[in-house]
Design a protein around this ligand. Structure first.
Ligand code: BG6
Length: 487
């Protein structure tokens, strides 16, 4: 990256500074941006939390929770310089009086970024308290972590109240999937390569699958996760955002509103499900004990902090439908779960078979584009080729775009890329208010139908691919989930 940081000094305030996200993602991302000078090296980072702790004690925790890799690569001096930019302020976010402490040490012309990595219930209080303490000026911006609310009504209320303190173009609703390299590359793949465009629609696309499979369980996040579940934690945001990029029309420019207008159209074209369709087209699951990567994994119900009768889903598979000319009639399958067999996020575009085959034996394989986001980033196209020898035996062969081989430059992690975007006022890869509300408009009837049905999630063994009903869901269309090892 050659773009240099803005000339104004920068201060980043992390609310929820002692939380998991702060230590695991935000501080490491800020370090990388700092070490590569993508943010000014005099950027102030102010973590806030309720815990009483000195700034030194906090900095020690940052070092203890880092894997040490950063200081090895960049040297102890760079690491120490980064640490010296970090401060810690003890603050009860709901107590307006404490906020004056955040104004101390500010520099003239400093841009303030307020990163709210707390429970969404605190977002509006924090914004009101920041305003009351005169900390919001015309350059200040706020970053809202997902999930923003737990349904349409709560999301609307948060959006309305945050809007009293920040203009829409100062609000960065983050979905870190939009910062992933391959997700951004998907836009180039689609809109930079003319050969795909005519085929990227019904009837040439037979189905689309999006899977985000995790091997991790709920870990120490039960207090958040049990009230949330996989639909709200993953589908309403990450999977729908991926779907938007797969399904949207070409934006007229990369201007934030042009891109977000097109994504919004996809979300608004998603068919809302009736209760009967929810019963037919969605599968909820919850993991039981099992083996993941050869290790025993406990059942969700035995995880610390999970109520023993919890009906929260840790897995969702569903079939959805986009009602527009490009996608009408194309089944779209979304699937995500914790404690699955492998960690893998991918988008599969399954093309229709030839309407006619001159070969005696019919082909069973179709052309497939497999776009992998993680663990490795790759784009592969499955084509049929002739097996060497006499006869016309055919076999699928993969055309492999190895992105790592083609590009040797460093690939920033999603959070680093998005944090840098925030400092440069780039909103393209953040969600606009209407997008988020459209996503809840689609998700709400599903949650409602599940709760009204009284049905409990289907059990699946940790280390499996989820409940058998998920396979039956896709099999009913004569299709199967893409589960083989990606070769
Ligand atoms: C988060 C969810 O948004 O995304 C987590 O809250 C999930 O439950 C995580 O584990 C997955 O992100 P990634 O980048 O590891 O796929």
């Amino acid at each position: 990256m050659t773009d240099s940081p803005p000339s104004a000094p920068l201060a980043i305030f992390i609310f929820g500074g002692t939380g998991d996200l702060s230590f695991r993602k935000l501080l490491p991302a800020l370090f990388m941006a700092f070490a590569h000078e993508r943010i000014r090296t005099d950027t102030r980072i102010i973590a806030t939390g309720r815990q009483a702790m000195s700034a030194d004690a906090f900095r020690q925790q940052v070092t203890a929770r880092s894997d040490g890799g950063a200081s090895q690569i960049f040297g102890e001096e760079v690491w120490q310089k980064f640490l010296s930019q970090i401060d810690y302020v003890e603050l009860d976010a709901s107590d307006a009086h404490g906020y004056s402490k955040l104004g101390q040490g500010g520099r003239s012309g400093e841009i303030r970024v307020f990163y709210l990595a707390t429970a969404p219930a605190l977002f509006t209080t924090i914004c009101a308290n920041l305003d009351h303490a005169n900390l919001i000026d015309k350059d200040a911006r706020v970053v809202l972590e997902k999930p923003l609310g737990h349904d349409l009504a709560s999301a609307r209320s948060i959006n309305e109240q945050v809007a009293r303190h920040f203009a829409e173009n100062r609000i960065y609703r983050i979905d870190h999937y939009l910062g992933k390299e391959t997700v951004q590359n998907l836009m180039v793949l689609r809109f930079g390569n003319a050969i795909l465009e005519p085929l990227w629609r019904a009837p040439y696309v037979r189905s689309v699958q999006i899977t985000v499979a995790e091997t991790l369980g709920v870990g120490s996040r039960a207090s958040f996760y049990d009230g949330t579940g996989a639909l709200r934690d993953m589908v309403q945001n990450h999977l729908l955002q991926l779907l938007c990029i797969v399904a949207m029309e070409a934006p007229i420019s990369l201007d934030p509103d042009d891109v977000r207008d097109e994504k919004l159209k996809v979300l608004r074209s998603l068919k809302r499900m009736t209760a009967e369709e929810v019963a037919r087209y969605t599968v909820r699951g919850q993991y039981r004990a099992g083996l993941v990567d050869g290790e025993h994994a406990p059942a969700y119900l035995s995880e610390a902090g999970v109520p023993e009768d919890s009906a929260t889903e840790t897995f969702v598979a569903l079939r959805c439908q986009i009602n527009n000319p490009r996608w009408a009639g194309v089944p779209i399958f979304l699937r995500t779960g914790k404690r699955l067999q492998v960690r893998r996020s991918e988008v599969i575009v399954d093309f229709a078979r030839s309407p006619f085959s001159p070969f005696d034996d019919a082909d069973t394989e179709s052309n497939r584009l497999v776009i992998s986001l993680q663990p490795e980033e790759s784009i592969k196209l499955q084509m049929l080729m002739k097996e060497p020898g006499s006869g016309m035996r055919r076999r699928p062969v993969t055309l492999d775009l190895d992105l790592h081989e083609a590009f040797s430059s460093r690939r920033a992690e999603a959070y680093e890329r998005l944090l840098v975007d925030i400092t440069r006022s780039r909103l393209t890869h953040f969600m606009r208010r209407d997008e988020l509300e459209a996503a809840w408009t689609w998700a709400d009837p599903i949650v409602k139908a599940w709760s009204q049905s009284g049905a409990t999630p289907k059990p699946y063994a940790a280390g499996s691919w989820g409940p058998a009903a998920a396979s039956a869901l896709i099999a009913s269309e004569g299709l199967a989930w893409h589960e083989e090892a990606v070769s």
